[in-house]
Design a protein around this ligand. Sequence first.
Ligand SMILES: *Cc1c(COP(=O)(O)O)cnc(C)c1O
Length: 426
Amino acid sequence: MPSTDAVLRDPRLADSLAGLGRELVKARIRDAQGRARAGDLPADEIVDAVLAGLPTAPVSLTRVLNATGVLLHTNLGRAPLSAAAVRALGEAAGTNDVELDLATGRRGRRGRGALDALRLAVPTAGDVHVVNNGAAALALAVTALGGPGRTVVISRGEMIEIGDGFRLPELLESTGTRLREVGTTNRVRLEDYLAAIDETTAFVLKVHPSNFLVRGFTSVVPAAQLAGHGVPLVVDIGSGLLAPHPVLPDEPDMTTMLAAGADLVTSSGDKLLGGPQAGILGGDADLVHRLRRHPLARALRVDKLTLAALEATLRGPRPPVTEGLEADADGLLERARCLADDLTSAGVPAEAVRSVAAVGGGGAPGVDLPSAAVALPERFADALRAGRPAVLGRVTEGRCLLDLRALPDSDDPELLRLVIAARERA
Ligand SMILES: *Cc1c(COP(=O)(O)O)cnc(C)c1O
């Protein structure tokens, strides 16, 4: 059995030691030595086993190919970044002029590039601001404008839970602000709101129910009718569409909401916008200024990486979420046919089928996106999840469907390789 030090000196491990550090490599060596002692690994294959078991970076996150057909999958980290945004992360990672004016050598406005790009994208916003996530945007608004003794008027049909137990009303109340609930689960009228507004009202809040639908005997009050009653109208659109999108005509967007009279709109950066996790605020310049100057704003401030990825998402080519949203169903079916043909040739029982994809918890509830998938026997689901990178499909009616809508076509060769490799384990 070679000693740990002897294995560490093997030149084949030099790159890994430089890139991953000693401790990570040593841990894998000990694992391999243990397997060799148990007779599961020939002693002269220890270095190969170590190399095979090492990650490419000292991080425990495992890459997962999203073949679920859910464009924004919360458990998979929501929006994947565009290649341009990934490059921007690399550029921004070192020291840079995020808060410096290189022309004068004086302090500059933090993140001005990203903020300028946002202002361009939302022409109806007097000003914009960026915080850590959508929840932080709302927390900042309610803390700065509400607080003890103040109330927020909200419809009972919009008291929503987002996921992982996050309940929006609880966030609002945690600031000491009281909720003045109006209407019922299914119906609310303008008079309900007007009767609830009084001298304690901080603002009227309209929330987009982004992950469920209420159908039947329902009524809601559009933002245009809620604006202009002497108190600010704040709208949480959730999804992060900055402008209307033809594929999702019912999904609210920031530009239109502000044009309709909203004073402040909040949304997420990593849903339909397709960028990094962030909370985006746009609206009346004085209101946005008040929020930016509030002490809590500092605690919710985003780092230079977020600012860089957000700017690249806004100024650069279409991010993967938008590409997935706009992909043509026949084109997806053609991709599925090519993959299924290659898999069949490799001895994997595969078939191209039409399927139905969804936007996901990030927006557009109830919208079916026609899609296409590679159908495999169900047993492939576990085997694909155990692969590295992992592949997450969708199991329906005894089959494992690999839906292509959320998967960039540049991933097809890797998907093919991973399915063929999973055949051994399936
Ligand atoms: C997703 C969502 C939030 C929370 O945004 P995060 O970025 O996850 O913090 C708030 N409100 C609505 C309507 C949402 O859809």
